[in-house]
Every structure is written in C-alpha cells, then in structure tokens.
Ligand binder design. Sequence first.
Ligand SMILES: O=c1ccn([C@@H]2O[C@H](COP(=O)(O)OP(=O)(O)O[C@H]3O[C@H](CO)[C@@H](O)[C@H](O)[C@H]3O)[C@@H](O)[C@H]2O)c(=O)[nH]1
Length: 252
Amino acid sequence: MFLRTVQLARGAGVKNWLFVVKPHGFPRVYRSNSSYHAFVEMDKVTALRYEPLPEDSPYVKPFRMYYTQNGVEKNWDLLKVHDSVAIIIFNKTTQNLLLVKQFRPAVYHGVISSAEGTNPTTIDLEKYPPQLGITVELCAGIVDKTKPLIEIAKEEILEEVGYDVPVDRIETVLTYRSGVGATGAQQTLYYCEVTDADKVNAGGGIDGEIIDVVELNLPDAWKLLKQGSVVSSPPSCLLGILWFLTNKAPKS
Ligand SMILES: O=c1ccn([C@@H]2O[C@H](COP(=O)(O)OP(=O)(O)O[C@H]3O[C@H](CO)[C@@H](O)[C@H](O)[C@H]3O)[C@@H](O)[C@H]2O)c(=O)[nH]1
C-alpha cells in the first residue's frame, strides 16, 4: 500500500532522472529533468497538529446558511472555497497521461479520522505514515486571481508539470460542482496534448509545493479506474481519465 521511491539516475549530466514508485499493485515510472526534484521527499511530514481555523484563512470560510424551503425553516453549514481548474494532459511523444502526486493534508486527515474519530489530540506517525495522504491526481489549481480560467490552466500546466503550451491548445471539457454537500465549488476541466518539445522545466509546483510528475501509460490508466481508492485519486481525476479514454485515447 505504501509508496516507496527508488532513484535510478541515468548517468551524470543526463537531464532525465527516472525513479520508480511502487504503491501496492500500482507500479509507476516518474520522470523529472531536475536532480533537485528527485531528492525531495514529500512524505517527510513531522510536527503535525490541529488548531481551530483562523478567521482570516485565504482558503476556507465557514458559515451557516438559513433558509425556508416549502414553508419549513432549515439551515446548512457551508464552506466557501475557491473554484478551481483541472487539466487532463496527454503526452503524444510518450503516449502517457501526465498526472501529479502530492501530500494532501485533507486526505491524510480523512484517513486518520475514519479510524480514530475527528481531530485526535495526538497523531501517531508510525501508525499512520504520511504516505497515506499522498494522492495521484490531475494537474489542477485554485482560481484565486482575476484571470480567464484557461490562463490559470495554462499556468498550472507550466508550474506543476513543466510544459509550456499556448491557450489555443487547451480544450474545455466540462464544468461541474464538486463538494455539493459542503462547498458547492465549481471546477472547470480542460484537456491538453503536449509533446516532449513543449517541456521547459521539471514542474513540481511553486512557493514550496512538493509535487512529482507521474506518467501513466494507457493500460495503467484503465487499471487506475478500477482500483482508484488504492492510490487515493479524487473523483475529478477518475472522471478526467474516463473522459480521455472514452473520447481521445488512441484506438490501438
Ligand atoms: O489551506 C491551504 C490551502 C492551499 N494552500 C496553498 O495553496 C495551493 C493551492 O494549490 P493549487 O495547485 O492552486 O490547487 P490544488 O491544491 O491543486 O487544488 C485544486 O485541485 C484539486 C484536485 O482537482 C481540487 O480538489 C481542488 O478543489 C482544487 O483547488 C497549495 O499548493 C498550497 O500552496 C495552503 O497553503 N493552505
């Protein structure tokens, strides 16, 4: 079940590094063209604790909505979060989908709270290793600036995956509301084909983000749909892969 990283350098001075990660039943090859990236360990998570949400959180605003429906007074507890974009990326050179892997605090918390109840006072990192919070998902980003959504999608492709593509190569796929119980946030899904010639940096995120680029071949993409929960992929990722396999994947 746990992710293990083995680094396989392809010789000094060679730009590409290959490293193999083997979560249970889901071996994968990751590529990065930066040695920095190959040595960052996203599961080195320590000093973990919970505190109440500060009122000035730039990411999450909780509140209660009161309303009357069909004559009955009701209320609903809500979280305002940013809308987002997500991009299905297919590398035509390698014929692989490009996904991203990262530590997700909310997923880690979900795993612990399912087992121990909400917000236990101490968190046993031996019993619950941080690898449990690592996901494989689409390249994605929050809409926290006033820019066309497609421009934000372009920026995320560059920052997280390292490919520089013009917006006219990014196709709008679907818009939907995720988190209908608590957030009602909108996500816009895009599709983009890249080639190795579009690669300009290693990706990996900005501002301290630790993100690995994952190349997923098409047989493994089918497998991921069947075993999604094994690697904690969110519904947007599973939907994106399904859309790709249905609408775009090479027929052979
Ligand atoms: O409480 C928080 C929340 C966010 N951040 C920062 O904000 C960044 C946001 O990253 P970005 O890449 O813009 O968005 P994602 O975290 O990838 O999340 C997007 O992609 C997910 C997968 O599709 C969706 O579930 C989310 O709703 C959507 O916002 C994070 O990396 C952090 O640097 C924090 O520091 N603290």
